[in-house]
Design a protein around this ligand. Structure first.
Ligand SMILES: Cc1ncc(C[n+]2csc(CCOP(=O)(O)OP(=O)(O)O)c2C)c(N)n1
Length: 323
């Protein structure tokens, strides 16, 4: 598949921007500016980027508790997301939802989700709606390896298969579910995709730290969904480089070692893509620096936006409550 320089540039821009957004959020959390739980996507940037760049603007995504990367890669606004994390009125939910409720329906971003596996039903329902409206839209449903053990996964696979719904189930296998290793919680003599294959879905297992591999698998799944051939499944193998959430620091919980983390750091997706682009002479140092400078400016503007945005007034405490 031909991947042009403009697309490579976009891939690098998105991956690096997600990384720097997360590092900024991490820093602001440590200063007490970010409020509420924070699950960072550092190390997994190639998955959101590869999948979202294969989508159309009007396609949908559903996201997870680790959702900043998905929202940003689908075109979400870093200012409004950062403001949301910091509990400011300029945020996606007027500062009242936090990291796990950010959504932007105008961009097809159907929301992060604090319920593990909570996106399965939403994505499959959105795909049913797209099919009934004959809109040609496709849905990408992001979820973790832990979420794949939720019973609803089986139900949606069956429903999406029988109705040939335009949905792509994207399992981000980052090696862990909270403080439990993947292999301790999930049968590994069969890949997770075997569950989807049992319902007849085409499945792919890709290196989730290789943005091009993810993109190629996603393009194939999108084409098949748009052609009316129904759902697909992709497992992207990656590695979570930070704790489960900001409170999970160091190695005290003993589910991984420092040595393991260091090994994975060598293969982290943003640096790896950067090195590859230079080695292959696909982008120049100057082009990369220009993209990085643009990202720093955007993030600086996001911080200024947060600083200029107040916390919600107590008088609106009962507004925007849906349940
Ligand atoms: C229904 C439900 N069960 C349990 C939890 C607590 N919980 C939050 S994140 C998480 C681990 C999820 O693992 P995975 O789906 O692999 O995503 P990852 O955190 O690795 O990105 C758990 C058990 C929850 N939020 N919702």
């Amino acid at each position: 598949m031909e991947i042009d320089r403009q697309l490579l540039r976009e891939m690098y821009y998105h991956m690096r921007r997600i990384r720097r957004f997360e590092e900024t959020a991490e820093e602001l959390y440590k200063r007490g500016t970010v409020v509420g739980l924070l699950h960072l996507y550092i190390g997994e940037e190639a998955v959101a980027t590869g999948v979202c760049l294969a989508l159309r603007d009007d396609d949908y995504i559903t996201s997870t508790h680790r959702g900043h990367g998905h929202l940003l890669a689908k075109g979400g606004d870093p200012k409004r997301l950062l403001a949301e994390l910091c509990g400011r009125v300029g945020g996606y939910c007027r500062g009242k939802g936090g990291s796990m409720h950010a959504a932007d329906l105008s961009l097809g971003i159907l929301g992060a989700n604090g319920v593990v596996g909570g996106g399965f039903g939403i994505a499959t329902g959105a795909a049913l709606s797209a099919k009934m409206r004959r809109s040609g839209q496709v849905v990408a449903c992001f979820f973790g390896d832990g979420a794949a053990n939720q019973g609803l996964f089986m139900e949606v696979l069956n429903m999406a298969a029988i109705w040939k719904l335009p949905v792509i189930y994207v399992c981000e296998n980052n090696g862990f579910g909270q403080y439990t290793r993947y292999e301790e919680a999930t049968v590994t003599d069969q890949p997770i995709g075997a569950r989807a294959a049992a319902f007849g879905l085409p499945t792919a297992q890709v290196d989730g730290n290789d943005v091009i591999a993810v993109y190629q698998a996603a393009i194939q799944a999108v084409q098949s969904a748009r052609a009316g051939e129904g759902p697909s499944f992709i497992e992207a193998r990656t590695y979570r480089l930070r704790g489960h959430h900001m409170g999970d620091v160091g190695f005290a919980r003993r589910y991984r070692t420092k040595e393991e983390l260091e090994e994975h750091l060598k293969q982290e997706p943003v640096g790896r893509f950067h090195r590859w682009l230079l080695e292959q002479q696909l982008l120049t140092e100057a082009e990369i620096e220009e993209l990085e400078a643009r990202i720093e400016t955007e993030l600086q503007e996001a911080i200024e936006f947060v600083n200029s945005s107040p916390v919600p007034d107590v008088s609106e405490i009962m507004e925007h409550i849906y349940a």
